[in-house]
Ligand binder design. Sequence first.
Ligand code: DC
Length: 473
Amino acid sequence: MAQERDLVVEVEGELISKPYVEITLNLLARFGIAVRREGWQRFTIPQSSAYRSPGRVHVEGDASSASYFVALGAIAAVDAPVRIEGVGTDSIQGDIRFVEAAQAMGAEVASGPGYLEVRRGRWPLQAIDLDCNHIPDAAMTLAVMALFAQGTTRLTNIASWRVKETDRIAAMATELRKLGATVEEGADFIAVTPPATLTPAAIHTYDDHRVAMCFSLAAFGGVPVRILDPKCVGKTFPDYFEALFDLVRTPVEAVPVIAVDGPTASGKGTLASAVAKALGYHFLDSGAVYRATALVAMRTGVAPDDETALARIAATLPLHFLHGDAHLGEENVADALRAEEVGAMASKVSARPAVREALRQLQLSFRRIPGLVADGRDMGTVIFPGAALKVFLTASAATRAERRYKQLISKGIPANISTLRAELEARDERDRNRSVAPLKPAEDALLLDNSELTVEASMDVVLKAWNQRRPFG
Ligand code: DC
């Protein structure tokens, strides 16, 4: 960095987030740049400043990201503390002072160089009245902790919240009220009083990573929350939810499932994977497990009526999914599974009870937090009968034949539309009339004919139905 003149940074008004500036100045000094400063108003980088290697530099874990786990400890660590590594109370980062605020609310904290251990101390938490100018970002989490505090928590000097990813004062107030809190907001403060009983709520996140992260903690105080657009955490903490879920044990029955069943080429795969993506849920294409069994049977010359041999294949199927593609061992079989002959064989193979039984556990294992969207024939009737939402997707045979035709032609595979229609009708017939787990709508399924609907329109219907499901509706 060689300048012809001094570089001067002038601050208009009061500088916010001073601790971040302090870290920058510290690091610049360690890299050989001595910034002259007049208070917090004016900073001068002298002409001909030059970077020089500081030798070894230890980069701490991010204290702002750690703050969510500090709060988690304060709210939920009853049996054992939450241990956070990579940042301790000796941190040079401003947001480490969130720890003091959490302690004031009741957290019990043990710490040393590079680690924190936090557990629940006082419960309910203690309301606080705090000037948060030094920890504006982390303070949003205090507003959520306030839901579990006795009394009114006032967070002041937070005018900067209004000009962040979204107007955070307005956003926090709106979402806290959904949970039942009484919230007073001003130009530069927020005051939160919890209700006697919190109400489950779907939390709008305003494309603001911190709104998503801090509200997820409310669930640990015992009120169900649904975080909408959870992927917005990608801005600073892409695997936030994975890290959070690593710390908790969720009974499998509590993991929500959306089942999308329907006949072949009804568009259920496209719809189900789009819904899974929108919700940040896992996705199971259960047809692929039958197709994979069929593919192995075809390759090894096992006949479609040799139930014992088929069941053995199913029970030892080395099937796994990588970036959405099915693999058998090392081999990517995504395209091979889509072949028409494999689909037809899958339909025959899947009529065998022993095959279905052997593939059951594999399908159940996809039910992991935060949730699952599963498509197939018997997702809502047999595999996940307790699914929170069941959709039965249909389209006319003509529409489905045309879709399949276009799909094949676009891949350069020759096809004939009337043969395709005859084949898919034969396949539906077999899937519908088999004795085990036949294709049929669950009694409580939402019936959706998408012959005239775009994928987006079908998705809208499903997401609306999902948003109305209790306890969030
Ligand atoms: O959905 P798909 O076309 O990939 O399914 C291929 C065959 O697998 C289908 O004809 C019937 C069978 N199948 C099933 O019996 N149960 C499921 N849950 C999914 C598919």
